[in-house]
Design a protein. Structure first.
Length: 141
């Protein structure tokens, strides 16, 4: 059983989508990896801010995770992720491994339908699976 008091070693480095968060050791399924941290703001204030690191905790509370001390901000979206975000007590957001993550593998989670449709789909999803599928489609032409 994973230990929630333990945080596995992770490091920020280049990925297909810019900077990403990578496992620096094997991470077992179910292990809590990192907390998404930042300033807690109202949803109205979140609407005024123009950044991509806003994470809604509940209808009236949003975490602005744009500060570089928030290691979780480097976790990229994936359509087939290896981790998931979970909200605890409508106050905190944790990222937990949904399957075993091998050392050197990028930690990813699904950002959700709204973010995908409003942000990622417009620019083109750059997760590993989508890039691989795009590359395979281009080869078959």
């Amino acid at each position: 059983m994973p230990n929630d008091k333990y945080r596995p070693r992770v490091k920020v480095k280049r990925s297909s989508a810019g900077l990403g968060l990578f496992a620096d050791e094997d991470i077992p399924r179910g292990q809590l990896i990192v907390e998404y941290t930042g300033e807690r703001i109202s949803s109205d204030e979140a609407d005024r801010r123009d950044n991509l690191y806003l994470f809604t905790v509940r209808k009236d509370v949003v975490i602005d995770g744009s500060g570089r001390e928030n290691t979780a901000r480097y976790i990229n979206h994936a359509c087939k992720p290896n981790a998931a975000a979970e909200i605890e007590d409508k106050k905190r957001i944790y990222i937990r491994a949904s399957r075993k993550i091998k050392k050197g593998e990028e930690v990813t989670y699904n950002y959700g339908k709204d973010y995908f449709e409003n942000i990622l789909q417009k620019k083109g999803c750059r997760c590993g699976d989508c890039l691989k599928n795009k590359k395979n489609k281009n080869r078959s032409r």
